[in-house]
Design a protein around this ligand. Structure first.
Ligand SMILES: Cc1cc2nc3c(=O)[nH]c(=O)nc-3n(C[C@H](O)[C@H](O)[C@H](O)COP(=O)(O)O)c2cc1C
Length: 217
């Protein structure tokens, strides 16, 4: 009786474990599938500099912006302000005479990633004190992550985009600051033309094993 009971228990446990492991495997397969899709988007991302001029649907733009601001942020300050320009006449006017930007006029939009370079909140050491405004020394890192998230989302939607430098080059920052009338604490960091790609755009293979160091340099 005891032996039969033990056998039954073992059999039941095995079935349960099998069922659990099947379930886990399915979850695992789904996770792998999501991972494949995510990694594929990352590996396929490339700078795209020519577009067919079509406008980008507003819902797609919002999803890309939501992805952008999902970026990590030091101390969770989230210093970004993002200016989306879809009116070609306006960004043509803003970039008139700017050699770097003039070539992107066929994009469906130009997205300008700006940073609030200050943080306003109670001092860290005294959270109950009144808020003070102080420089945020790591806003650039946050803005880089935000810009890259946007590029990846663009890739995921079959759009083409290119990160163009703005900060710290005054010849690129000043026209934007002046045209958009940005306050002194708001710095234009990067400019991303985005649109439906034309031409042959291929991702680069950047893997170089000699740049990867395990445990020591
Ligand atoms: C910080 C930064 C600034 C860049 N500035 C420009 C730029 O001003 N103009 C441009 O055409 N591309 C610019 N790029 C895009 C790079 O040229 C591009 O990422 C690089 O050649 C690698 O190609 P890939 O993006 O297709 O992998 C910039 C990229 C980064 C990350």
């Amino acid at each position: 009786m005891t032996k039969r009971f033990t056998l039954l228990t073992v059999a039941l446990m095995s079935v349960t474990m099998l069922a659990t492991s099947c379930c886990n495997k399915e979850e695992n397969d789904n996770a792998n599938c999501n991972a494949d899709a995510t990694i594929n988007t990352i590996m396929q991302r490339k700078s795209v500099r020519s577009y067919n001029g079509d406008t980008i649907p507003a819902d797609i733009m919002e999803k890309m912006l939501r992805a952008a601001v999902a970026a990590p942020s030091g101390m969770d300050v989230r210093p970004w302000h993002i200016v989306v320009m879809t009116d070609k006449s306006k960004y043509e006017e803003m970039f008139a005479g700017n050699f770097n930007m003039e070539k992107f006029m066929q994009s469906g939009a130009v997205v300008i990633f700006c940073a609030d370079t200050t943080v306003t909140r109670p001092p860290r050491e005294n959270p109950d004190a009144p808020a003070v405004t102080s420089p945020n020394p790591i806003w650039r890192d946050d803005l880089g992550a935000c810009t890259e998230n946007f590029l990846l989302a663009a890739e995921a939607y079959g759009l083409g985009a290119v990160w163009t430098a703005c900060y710290p080059f005054h010849d690129r920052m000043d026209p934007v600051t002046n045209y958009l009338n940005l306050p002194g604490n708001i710095v234009p960091y990067s400019i991303v033309p985005v649109g439906y790609p034309t031409g042959d755009n291929q991702p680069k293979d950047k893997w170089d094993e000699s740049r990867i160091h395990y445990e020591k340099f």
